[in-house]
Design a protein around this ligand. Sequence first.
Ligand SMILES: Nc1ncnc2c1ncn2[C@@H]1O[C@H](COP(=O)(O)OP(=O)(O)OP(=O)(O)O)[C@@H](O)[C@H]1O
Length: 466
Amino acid sequence: MPAHILILDDDPDVATAARLLLRRRHGAVASLGDPSGLPALLAQGVPDVVLLDLNFTPGCIDGAEGLALLDLLRAQPKPPAVIAMTAYAGVPLAVAALQRGAVDFITKPWDNERLVATVDQALARRAAVRAPTAATELMGESNAMRELNALIASVAPTEANVMVLGENGVGKELVARAIHAQSRRAAGTLLAVDMGALPESTFESELFGHRKGAFTDARADRAGRFQAARGGSLFLDEIGNMPLAAQAKLLTALERREVTPIGADKPEAIDVRIISATNLDEARLFDPAVFRPDLLFRLNTIVLRVPPLRARRGDIALLLAHYLRVYEAQYGRPARTVAGAALDSLVRHDWPGNVRALRHACERAVILGQGAQYGLADFALGGPALPAATMTPAASNGSTNAEANASTFAPAFAPSCTDHDGTLDALERHAIASTLARFNGNISHAARTLGISRAALYRKLGKHGI
Ligand SMILES: Nc1ncnc2c1ncn2[C@@H]1O[C@H](COP(=O)(O)OP(=O)(O)OP(=O)(O)O)[C@@H](O)[C@H]1O
């Protein structure tokens, strides 16, 4: 008979203690010390709940092995509810596990009552369907947002090209989506292109398409983004990061309202509405050394400025309530309110990473908050949330939480932890999430610290669903 509950831990003492404790309550409890036996065990039947240690190989504390096992468990046709088990210092890792589909986590050594209650809840919740993640609706009741929404409503039905300006994470892409949704082109597609991420060598082929045989790798005809978005809108994101040579090619296409695929002998008419966005401040955008004025003139028929969150503090409570509800539903946590003093501080906070950072802070609070209400510490505004007990020695010597977090992850780069499939992926996700948290969601700083371009970071955020 398949085990009802499975304990996957290489420490026999841990496995025995958990088995004895849980057997009193739930008949069928099994344990497995060597994860290589997991596929065979799953072939016999999938357990209802798995208590999963995140580190197996001695010396590996990055959790990549556990996360890969979590993926395997989650990929089962009727996946078990997985409870991640970590040492105290592994709380950020537990957060990564939750984001990847674990239903809960427990730190070792555990409190017996808490372990039993966690397993009970996991069993109860197993059948529950996860709520969809977050709204793509542009929320806000502040005057600034009302004005912005009114402008969107009046501009959307026209064919005018719109340029959306604003800091990172303010909601520029949401504005673009709202314009498209309210436009006469709403039945067509809104195709987003990260202009900063297009390598110069493939810029034309990506945007304008190519014909079979036009260059070595052109094995078939390929439509460019302009053709693919025909009848709809093209969202040119990060337009301020385009090299000048690419700007010239884009300008020609917009002026002529036609594009010529590479290798084609005739141009093709284009039928798209252009919505563009950048976080460049206007002084830079109007600097001809950075951005061609003639291209700017084509793109910014209408300019919409999305104010930073600190300039519309009236929206903060609403956004907090919204994203807390979203993540409570997603993680199956009870609905809780924010304590009054915490709310005051959150409203006064400057949110350098804007709504994106607020959203991440809400996710952390839902995952880590233990009180009856959310307190300020749950939102970890200064960096990743590490409860005092999780501090590494470096942190207790006066370094910041962020540094403590970085030191927790440092061994993750030991080669012995990175040589199997999925491991690097998990490490990458981890590094990105912690760096973003460290910089309050600021994409530019995080990208610089990670040593990659902003565009590459965006791609990776999409890939990891962060
Ligand atoms: N007004 C809003 N209401 C609800 N969610 C919002 C709002 N503004 C932004 N968000 C959320 O914040 C996150 C960032 O939004 P978005 O990607 O649109 O910002 P952006 O300005 O395009 O960012 P970047 O310049 O960094 O690309 C998204 O998850 C989005 O859903």
